[in-house]
Design a protein around this ligand. Structure first.
Ligand code: PAF
Length: 328
């Protein structure tokens, strides 16, 4: 009896999965992002592509375009809104220009560590923000991480807020970053990422800020001497689909994308965190000077930036900020 029952169970499972995949169409999608494939974000993107392939029985394929091949983050977000690009991976900072609530992630020193970041990004605040993208012709799938951002520059180690004053620093195209660095007295200029290496090389700018992984994979050690471990903000990285595509998907296809994104996210964050120590050692061996800031100096910077936090608390709404704080 048992083998017969097992055979029946196997048959019904097989039927279930065949009938399930009947709701999945053959598709080849365009997935573009700014970092190199070797970066943990690129590895996470590949994992996502692989999982979608597996779960769709090979029906859904994605062609990845890393390294800004399809343009800057703001350009690729626009292309995804228009449905010209199917999926985009992007730091969340440029999204604040579309959905103002995204600016919450850009608050200086919002998270003290990765555990706090995960709690907020994976909690109700993150869910609200993913859902809000639908107002802008986008469908948010999940958040990977770019990570905690540190300042690099060609002039001097930054040991206190005053050391930032006078530096010509590139920021992402985001008002919270721009105003924060201006408040510290820097000459801050928003600039699309594809222009940054050349601007650093030519001396048009002195400084930029990004997590270790981005500094390393883009070889910023060739054009920057100092990394100061400010950890002044944490960048989530959103995986976003065009709403035009999303609206045409079956429930089953949607589940494939969302569950694959979430599985890839866990892989990606773990990978990213495991890489950091190795990257720091490598950057040091390539001649970069890395300095930590004393905790009291970080507190002083935070106090200086409180007016920016207050201003953008009003923009994103006090309730959202309270919700974030409650998740930490
Ligand atoms: O600095 C940026 O613009 C972003 O951190 C980057 C490097 C494009 C990754 O999302």
């Amino acid at each position: 009896h048992i083998p017969a029952r097992l055979a029946a169970a196997a048959l019904s499972l097989a039927l279930l999965s065949t009938s399930a995949l009947a709701e999945v169409k053959e598709r080849t999608l365009k997935f573009g992002y700014s970092t190199f494939e070797a970066h943990p974000l690129g590895q996470g993107a590949n994992k996502f592509v692989e999982l979608v392939g597996q779960k769709s029985g090979g029906k859904i394929k994605m062609k990845v375009y890393p390294a800004t091949q399809l343009g800057s983050e703001t350009q690729t977000i626009s292309a995804t809104q228009g449905g010209v690009q199917d999926i985009v991976g992007t730091s969340t900072a440029p999204l604040a220009g579309l959905v103002k609530e995204y600016a919450i992630f850009d608050f200086p020193f919002l998270f003290a560590n990765e555990k706090e970041a995960d709690a907020v990004v994976d909690g109700p605040v993150g869910q609200t923000l993913l859902a809000k993208l639908s107002e802008k012709n986008l469908a948010g799938l999940c958040f990977f991480e770019n990570g905690f951002r540190n300042i690099t520059n060609s002039k001097r180690p930054i040991s206190k807020g005053e050391d930032v004053a006078g530096l010509k620093i590139r920021t992402m195209q985001n008002p919270v970053y721009l105003e924060s660095f201006k408040t510290l007295g820097a000459n801050a200029v928003p600039m699309p990422w594809p222009e940054v290496y050349t601007a650093l090389e030519s001396g048009a700018i002195d400084a930029q800020e990004n997590p270790y992984g981005i500094i390393s994979v883009n070889k910023l050690n060739e054009v920057q001497k100092y990394i100061s471990v400010t950890k002044h903000a944490y960048s989530p990285w959103a995986v976003i689909m065009s709403k035009k595509l999303w609206d045409g998907l079956s429930e089953e296809e949607r589940t494939i994308f969302v569950s694959s994104c979430n599985e890839a996210k866990d892989f990606q964050r773990k990978f990213s965190r495991a890489e950091d120590a190795k990257i720091v050692a490598d950057l040091k061996s390539k001649g970069m000077m890395i300095n930590e800031l004393a905790p009291e100096e970080v507190s002083r910077i935070k106090t200086t930036l409180q007016p920016v936090i207050d201003k953008y608390t009003a923009t994103v709404g006090e309730d959202l900020v309270k919700q974030a704080q409650a998740s930490i």
